[in-house]
Design a protein around this ligand. Structure first.
Ligand code: ZN
Length: 370
């Protein structure tokens, strides 16, 4: 069973992010791992995180939906997890894909407030409603993961309903996310100067007496200048949103069938015809000043549909050319294989998103894997 479980944990790891642009909900791992009523199994298991991630994906009808996970440091030594699970959480912490804190307190609510995200929790946070009125005012900002036929579901704790709702970042969140921050610890996985290549994805600081602070080290952060601009894009194939990605000012992104040297891999979602047409590296997205630019690097060319037009007469083709994209322009690599700004496509259109639990043998969830 171990092998399959580690594959599931890898799949779950692919859905963890502290990038403010990519995260779709916030949760407290120490709470979620103890939802024993999901499966009647061990007192705690990481597999329940996968079940909650799946529930979020189903309710957003979207593939590859990432979550922002806050972890109480005590969980790293929690004997209710297997030693393998504890090791995995430690790795996630070291890689900075989860936020491990000595005292999470209300960090889940703070992150949700700063980023405008929904919280996935069974707690009602009655004591925090004064500070975070959206807990009571906005149905869909606080959703309880509960057992349901066909797998766990999310239920709004206020006003009923099931729709996870995002809002704009709070005004303080906008200020904090406009800057880069530095922790005195250069190896800090959130704000360290050693963390190269993830500049746009830096998580939000915590506020202690109004001052931006590293939630992990409890140290005052210094302002390291403007955060590079970034655009959030979605891959939509035959009407289904398969994943989102970020293009930051210092990080161009190549999209194709299987780009060399990293990038967004489309191969897994393509028909044979589309696979033949689309180049390994097909189109590069980059930010030039205030503009998002698509640069064709393919054999067959890249289409652009101005304003998302469905009229084929308006479709332009780039041949090794670059073109700035207007806010509603859609890039098309092959018929139905599209990339545009994420806000263009509010619903994901995926009836059955791929489960992170796909590799889990049914029994694995119940068996004590010690
Ligand atoms: Zn730090």
């Amino acid at each position: 069973m171990r092998f399959e479980i580690s594959k599931v944990l890898d799949a779950i790891e692919g859905r963890l992010t502290t990038d403010p642009k990519l995260a779709r909900a916030v949760l407290d791992l120490a709470e979620v791992v103890r939802y024993v009523d999901f499966d009647g199994g061990r007192p705690a298991t990481l597999l329940r995180l996968g079940m909650v991630v799946d529930a979020l994906g189903r309710q957003l009808a979207e593939e590859n939906v990432p979550v922002y996970v806050v972890v109480h440091r005590a969980l790293l030594s929690d004997a209710d997890l297997t030693s393998n699970e504890r090791m995995v959480v430690r790795r996630w912490a070291d890689d900075g894909v989860v936020e491990v804190l000595p005292n999470p307190g209300e960090r889940v609510l703070e992150v949700a407030d700063l980023l405008g995200l929904p919280v996935l929790s069974r707690s009602r946070f009655d004591n925090a409603v004064g500070r975070y009125p959206w807990l009571a005012d906005q149905p869909g900002r606080l959703l309880a993961p509960v057992p349901a036929a066909g797998g766990p579901a999310l239920v709004a704790q206020v006003g009923g309903g099931h729709e996870p709702t995002s809002a704009a970042p709070s005004p303080v969140g906008v200020q904090l996310l406009g800057r880069m921050w530095r922790c005195p610890d250069p190896e800090c996985s959130s704000f360290g100067s050693m963390r190269v290549g993830r500049s746009g994805g830096q998580p939000p600081p915590t506020l202690r007496t109004g001052m931006p602070t590293c939630p992990r080290h409890d140290e005052r952060l210094t302002d390291a200048g403007h955060r590079p601009r970034a655009e959030l894009l979605s891959v939509r194939i035959d009407g289904m949103v398969r994943r989102r990605f970020v293009v930051a000012a210092d990080e161009p992104v190549v999209v194709g069938r299987a780009p060399e040297g990293g990038g967004i891999i489309l191969g897994q979602w393509l028909t044979d015809e589309a696979r033949r047409w689309i180049s390994r590296s097909h189109v590069r997205f980059e930010l030039q000043g205030s503009e998002l630019v698509a640069h064709d690097v393919s054999t067959n060319g890249t289409g652009v549909r101005p304003g998302g037009s469905t009229d084929d007469d308006q479709r332009e083709t780039l041949k090794r050319q670059a073109r700035p994209l207007g806010p509603t322009d859609v890039v098309e690599l092959y018929a139905g294989v599209q990339i545009g700004r994420s806000r263009l496509w509010q619903t994901g259109g995926v009836a059955n998103p791929t489960s992170v639990m796909a590799e889990a043998p049914t029994m694995a969830i119940r068996i004590a894997d010690r």
